[in-house]
Design a protein around this ligand. Structure first.
Ligand code: SDX
Length: 431
């Protein structure tokens, strides 16, 4: 953390407290309250951490008002159109775009780690066939710490590097295995002659009985989905990974914690929840009923795939994904799919409705990713596992940054206690 000359004065109970202010390279200044409790005996209060910087970071920056998303300074729309997922992984992990030689070495290292220990196949057979693939993912990724003992020591930079590459390489294999298990088809091994996205599609959709050729437009769309979901500042699941890591837990356990958090419908589970909402709406003529429900304060219903905690005008990822959605739908000729008709009509209705304009609710990344994955033939239960395999590089990059930070210490938020003050135990006869 840099030194600073700026400060804020807090006046409390007649005392003045000088709180240092730090200025970022982009975004709002931060008021350093680390010594506040020791000096003034008070906590700050910020449920949901909407006004709290939990760390300093150099990886990703979001400007919610401008709808900007930068990875190590590079805008997401440029990365989505000019780069590809593994190159973005390198950028997130190491801070700079790779040279051709560095990229080739990184891609080779990832490719050589895509297989999982053969005994891990047994874990899947312990799950019911109808288990949600996210349940399988949480379980099997956490169990990686039972297999890869030579990459558990977070104090060893080499072991951190190996764990990072193993997780990026093996998550697609594990996610594809979870899918194959859920549909009763045999696991498909990764292939070293396919690129990352094509390999994942091949592991999901090929069967031993016949040749499967990956459509380059679909693998490009999949690579774009992975690129657009790779990292996103200190969102709920990334904050979960950081908090789990702050206790010194091994990387596989921390990523399993991130997967568990991402599962929620308000977060990464939104793409599945969005498609299930579209299925519930069913036909275009029922859209007004659901728009009315979304506006009704007494109705907990929310339009899944709309709105964002940080973006207040547009989600730049959604803008890029909308182009991919149009390409994939045209390629697959699913323009007449009733579900996708409802999606297109809902998008237009919400974008032109004064309520949604005023509340700054617009389609987010999950709205379009769900549409593309549906068109590709994935069941909705596989949408969030795909988000998780993409976000693994973001979690791991943030994890590496935190572990290497000399300020790193166990996270321990406080509380505003509103419970009972001390009282004596009452024997059951007197209750
Ligand atoms: C992701 O944090 C990240 O970066 C997450 C993520 C990432 O990459 O990691 O971007 C991925 O999680 C994207 C968001 C996916 N979630 C959904 O699509 C679920 C549906 N959206 C919502 O649940 C909601 O929009 C949130 C949770 C995303 C944001 O909720 P907030 O912070 O409450 O939104 P807000 O403060 O901007 O809400 C403003 C108003 C509120 O009404 P009032 O209290 O002002 O009356 O709009 C309402 C909200 O109730 N509102 C919605 C709505 N989202 C917010 N009303 C109807 N439908 C919605 N989807």
């Amino acid at each position: 953390m840099t030194e600073t000359q700026k400060s804020a004065t807090l006046t409390l109970n007649g005392e003045n407290y000088e709180l240092p202010i730090f200025s970022p390279t982009a975004g709002p200044d931060v008021v350093d309250i680390r010594k506040l409790y020791a000096q003034a005996g008070v906590f700050t209060y910020d449920p949901g951490f909407t006004s709290t910087a939990s760390c300093d970071s150099t990886i990703t920056y979001i400007d919610g008002d401008k709808g900007e998303l930068l990875h190590r300074g590079y805008p997401i729309d440029q990365l989505a159109s000019k780069s590809h997922y593994l190159e973005v992984c390198y950028l997130l992990l190491y801070g700079e775009l790779p040279t051709a030689a560095q990229l080739e070495d990184f891609e080779t290292r990832v490719t050589r780690h895509t297989m999982v220990h053969e005994q891990m196949h047994n874990f899947f057979r312990g799950f019911r066939r109808d288990a949600h693939p996210m349940a399988t993912l949480v379980g099997v990724v956490g169990a990686m710490s039972a297999f890869y003992h030579d990459s558990l020591d977070v104090t060893d930079p080499w072991q951190r590097e190996v764990a990072a590459v193993r997780l990026i390489a093996k998550l697609p294999t594990i996610a594809a295995m979870a899918y194959k298990y859920s549909i009763g088809q045999p696991f498909v091994y990764p292939r070293n002659d396919l690129d990352y996205a094509a390999n994942f599609l091949h592991m999901c959709f090929s069967v031993p009985a016949e040749e499967y050729h990956v459509n380059p437009i679909l693998s490009r769309a999949m690579d774009r989905i992975l690129t657009l979901h790779a990292d996103h500042e200190q969102n709920a699941s990334t904050s979960t990974v950081r908090l789990a890591s702050s206790s010194g837990a091994n990387p596989f356990a921390c990523i399993a914690a991130g997967i568990a958090c991402l599962w929620g419908p308000a977060h990464g589970g939104a793409n599945q929840a969005c498609l299930e909402m579209l299925k519930e709406i069913g036909t275009v003529d029922r859209i007004p009923e659901y728009i009315a429900r979304a506006k009704d304060k007494n109705d907990p219903f929310r339009l899944m795939g709309f709105g964002h905690r940080v973006y207040k005008n547009t989600d730049p990822r959604a803008t890029v994904l909308k182009q991919s959605a149009d390409e994939v739908l045209e390629l697959l000729g699913v323009d007449d799919n009733p579900l996708l008709q409802v999606a297109k009509e809902l998008e237009q209705t919400a974008l032109n409705d004064p309520y949604f304009i005023e509340k700054k609710l617009f389609p987010n990344v999950d709205f379009y990713s769900g549409i593309i994955l549906e068109a590709m033939g994935f069941p909705t239960s596989m949408f969030t596992p795909i988000f998780a395999l993409s976000r693994t590089v973001g979690w791991i990059s943030q994890w590496k940054e935190m572990i290497a930070d000399p300020q790193n210490k166990i996270g321990r938020p406080r509380q505003l206690y509103l419970g009972e003050t001390m009282r004596d135990y009452i024997d059951i006869e007197q209750r």
